[in-house]
Ligand binder design. Structure first.
Ligand code: SF4
Length: 391
């Protein structure tokens, strides 16, 4: 069995106002204590699972500030705990840490994919959200690109002050570097960040919907003409460099998540760890998995999760994979999805995907689907199949 491993490093130098991830201020002593508990959690998992780690993703937080000795110690611990043969080993980075010494060390440790949170190239725009940008951003990224065959850049669309010129500047940077992978997210206006509180209190403005659509269309056009292929709502790849680790999420495959607030899916278990580091450490100190959410999914729940994840990809899903050997059930499901999504979905035999317009409405459409969960369960549990809710 092969599975992905996600390690969460929640420490940051400062908090960006748009961010609602669980983060805590960085200090070396706290990192060192946290690391001890990460190893405990890994040890507990190593007793439960057999198999090969084939993708690793170190995310955060800001894992690029992880002192190298500690980071390397953790990776050695992972490689002793599991059969460790990662074909893809991603480290999330901030541009500030893209310096020669760190780049060389990460590479020596086996990192083969860098995911850099650029977010925007405008200094004044990022300044408004409490984030800095190095003056030599381009040369840092160029250096990273020369050392790593697989580079991802993350951007966010729709921060305060965003306009066509700032988007053009981002696209110019992308065109000059042509990284293998891009993630271009639209700012989530429902997150619980400081920025969104300021917005809803009327203290700041954000681009309106029409401006957002225009800028998004510009991004779609330009990335397409640069040779990028969109393969997920917010993800583009060039030359086949899809993110293997994220593909496993969207295909509802197995991955372990370790660390505060990390989530995982293993066989039919779905879990999310507690966010608070103190509680995380206390539970592991008692030898208990630090879970805030835990579900032993029934086959129906697995199927619904498979739908929710899979529809984020441009390729969509093949219902026949989710419901093998039951063409009647596949047909019923396809017709139910058609009735929920209308013209936003495309059906080709058992294959279902959102149209390009539908893809841009993914969150709303999935919200609509969640209102039909009972109906979906009903379709399956009414039949004499292995999909009974009693599993
Ligand atoms: S956006 Fe990244 S660097 Fe900023 S607070 Fe969130 S996790 Fe930390």
């Amino acid at each position: 069995m092969r599975f992905g491993l996600y390690v969460h490093f929640p420490f940051c130098i400062r908090k960006c106002s748009y961010c609602d991830f669980y983060t805590v201020p960085f200090d070396e002593e706290s990192v060192s204590r946290y690391q001890t508990f990460l190893k405990t959690e890994l040890d507990m998992w190593a007793k439960e699972v057999n198999g090969t780690v084939n993708t690793v993703y170190i995310g955060g937080g800001s894992p690029s500030i992880w002192p190298f000795r500690g980071f390397s110690d953790l990776i050695e611990h992972v490689s002793r705990s599991f059969d460790f043969l990662p074909v893809e080993f991603t480290l999330e980075c901030n541009p500030q840490e893209l310096v020669d010494e760190r780049l060389e060390s990460w590479r020596a440790l086996g990192v083969n994919r860098l995911s850099v949170g650029v977010q925007n190239t405008s200094k004044s725009l990022l300044g408004r959200v409490g984030r800095s940008v190095p003056v030599d951003l381009y040369s840092r990224l160029r250096k990273a690109s020369s050392l790593f065959d697989n580079l991802n850049l993350d951007f966010i669309l729709g921060l305060p002050g965003e306009n066509t010129e700032t988007v053009e500047a981002n696209l110019t940077l992308i065109e000059a570097l042509l990284p293998e992978h891009l993630s271009y997210y639209v700012l989530d206006r429902y997150n619980e960040s400081d920025l969104m509180r300021q917005y809803y209190n009327g203290r700041i403005g954000l681009p309106n919907t029409e401006q957002l659509y225009q800028m998004h269309d510009l991004i779609l056009d330009r990335l397409g003409s640069m040779g990028y292929t969109r393969y997920e709502v917010s993800s583009w790849q060039m030359k086949g460099f899809e993110c293997l680790h994220n593909l496993a999420y969207w295909r509802n495959k197995d991955y372990l998540g370790v660390g505060a607030s990390a989530g995982g899916h293993f066989k039919n278990i779905r879990y999310v760890n507690i966010s608070d580091i103190a509680s995380f450490s206390e539970m592991l100190g008692r030898g208990v998995f630090p879970r805030e959410y835990y579900s032993e999914n029934s086959p129906i729940q697995e199927l619904i999760e498979g739908l929710f994840m899979g529809l984020r990809m441009t390729a969509g899903i093949d219902l026949a994979d989710l419901m093998p050997d039951d063409s009647d059930l596949v047909a019923q499901m396809a017709s139910l999805l058609k009735s929920v999504f209308g013209d936003h979905v495309s059906l080709r035999g058992s294959k279902v995907s959102f149209t390009s317009e539908g893809l841009d409405l993914t969150n709303q459409l999935l919200q609509r689907l969640s209102e039909h969960k009972e109906e979906i369960s009903g379709v399956f549990s009414s039949r004499d199949t292995g999909y009974s809710n009693k599993h």
